[in-house]
Write a protein that binds this ligand. Sequence first.
Ligand code: LLP
Length: 864
Amino acid sequence: MPASPTGTPWVVLKFGGTSVSQRHRWDTIGRLASKRAAGDDVRVLVVVSALSGVTNELTAIAAGAGDSAARVDALVARHREFAVQLGLDPDRVLAERLDALRELARDPRAAAQALDWQAEVLAQGELLSSTLGVAYLAAQGLDIGWLDARDWLDAIELPNQSAWSRRLSVSCRREADDAWRARLAAQPTRLLLTQGFIARHGDGGTAVLGRGGSDTSAALFGGLLHARCVEIWTDVPGMFTANPREVPDARLLTRLDYAEAQEIATTGAKVLHPRSLGPCRVSGVPMAILDTERPDLPGTRIDGDASPVPGVKAISRRNGIVLVSMETVGMWQSVGFMADIFERFRRHGLSVDLIGTAETNVTVSLDPSENLVSTDVLARLSEDLAQICRVKVIAPCAAITLVGRGMRSLLHRLSDVWATFGQERVHLISQSSNDLNLTFVIDEADADGLLPELHAELIGSGAMPVADGDVFGPSWREIQHGRPQRAPAWWQGARERLLGLAAVGTPAYAYHLPTVRERACALLAVAAVDRRFYAIKANPHPAILRTLAEEGFGLECVSQGELEHVFASVPGIDPARVLFTPSFAPRAEYEAAFAHGVTVTLDNLEALSRWPDIFRGRDLWLRVDLGRGDGHHAKVVTGGAASKFGLALASVDAFADAARALDARITGIHAHLGSGIGQPRHWREVYAELAAIADGIGTVDTIDIGGGLTIPYKPEDAPFDVVAWAEGLAEIKAAWPRYRLAIEPGRYLVAEAGVLLARVTQVVEKLGVRRVGLDAGMNALMRPALYDAWHGIHNLSRHDAPADMACDVVGPICESSDVFGTGRRLPAATAEGDVVLLADAGAYGFAMANTYNLRELPREEVLE
Ligand code: LLP
């Protein structure tokens, strides 16, 4: 192949240790390199790491490990074996390199572990892998050349660098002249392969780049060549919104700018070394992180022109953080106090990461991985600091960082985050001056389980203004297991009927009774459950009440209005199947409930003592607060100190005594700790705690574990795992078999059965934001305005057109919270008069609708 002209653009591909350690992966490398070179007129430079594990072995040898000879032998054997696996003759391909490795082990410089010798030892891994790789690819018919990276990357010396870092953690020159570029362009093959991690030292010897070296090499080549792109091929799909091992719902970040990527890499993500961004950033070369095993995934693209929309894009956690808190009254307005204390940190070689200050206290964090904190250093530092202030070392702590652009303009969106941290002891809050991160330092033990919660609140909820599809790719869970397989929603097959209903008038709710029956059957199949009540507040439509009553469900009411409605809608229903669970209801409602003969639940001692006549001699259920709550949003959490519901555990004995004094019997014990809970184990834990309380009371026969089962509102949400839920209940019930188990779900039974139909009123573009207005607003469906809840939004009139226009979907109410969704996708042709469907609106939809702005209530229709 003729040499390409100097001006031919380059693409740099980098492959890490795991990507070069298996034959089939080298086939992928060959395929990817050829594909890149085949397209337009592009040349490809492949940068490779050492085989996985090899650099660790070489590091041990360079450090003078006692068994160096055996380690060298093992390395020789490993590379020879791999050559054979690649179908190569090890003697012909590797002899020279392996001799060099053995020679180094015998080198006189080894005894003193001279730095230049160490660098040469460390460089062998990449020299070996690249030699094998080029031989293999050439044998497969690729026209590919081998370069010694040391002929192209020059180490430079920086001020204040130690001799060690000048050799073993070098920085390289970031500018190249035309002669350099022409020399590379003059290489005879269009594909070239070279080593990561190694460079030429100023004295002509070898130098290495240190941690993250291969990524940095690729970025350096990319920068020097003004490459079209630097692709980092690795064994994960890219950067995620959180560590997927801790948060399986973490989303792939498909688009970041350099500063955001740098911040994410610095605060936790291991995918890309933070050092490697610099060279591409200064020359404006885009980077991409891609998965060698799954090359079709979008990966993470990093460049300078990602959208500047503010938003939290990632949540990271660093463990092992050490805090030093320094207290003194003397520091107030005293000049030079900070200088004094920082001087002492400097003296002990410790660099400070985060800082919080108060009038009499300064607290700083040290990052152990950077500061090599040993207990000894800390003790000496403390001693030293004790001369000027009171010192307290707080460790181990965890730093939880929210990363994203424009953090300051987002504070109002972080209310859930403040609420979550409000339950922890926060030692330090720090906001970076580049407005890219907000960090909370808490005890390491408190951090467990926090990330999934924060992730759900910030990123899972779609609360951020960033346009979802452009930034957040598929979730880790989806990538591992594929999208949760879900049957198409009922309304997808009922489009014509729904358009017919909409023609009569909008807004209108439509309820699909077969779906209600289907959900009821799923719960009827759970054998551990003895009594099932439907929480009618979710949707009290008479047809739904009758349907569920026919299926065997009892009905749970929270007001006299609901009670009267139940008896009117389901004539002849046995009052024993009706439950009354009010909150702060007036006295008369309890009287009415007893008059109806229904089961009454009480959740406070005051009612019992103030209205003894109402409860005397009665059977009662007691609702308790187990001291914690859960739910899809802070506003639907119904347990814990901040919640008005339930009797505190500390008052249970007093309640039981008071009931006994009135000759009232506590026959049921109940807890409902929140709504929209996805973790099946929640209810088994509730059962276990309630059973222990019931054992103590002695008269209880029924344990009611409440409702709260969630449904999958978003396409990527997994459906509620009824099987796991049933298994957990069966297990726990086997431990306490003498109680009857009752449940009282609302949402699960009806949410998916209902849709809200609305008509487009106007499509308006303002300052770059397109808004689709509907004749239904937050008065018709309050959930998005109240809880930032997510409902699928579909244009029924243009069902088959691709949803290719990003827009906000809004209502006609005079409130800025009248927004059903932001950054949603609808067909570009969406226009006045189209019928839009809001999905999964069967629960807490019409039930919470109102006539605000004197807009009429939606109509309701029932489909059989
Ligand atoms: N039991 C009691 C005592 C309740 O307070 C509730 C709901 C339920 C059962 C039924 O919970 P479910 O299974 O539907 O989650 N408007 C909010 C939900 C408020 C739930 C109030 N209590 C929403 O739209 O998400």
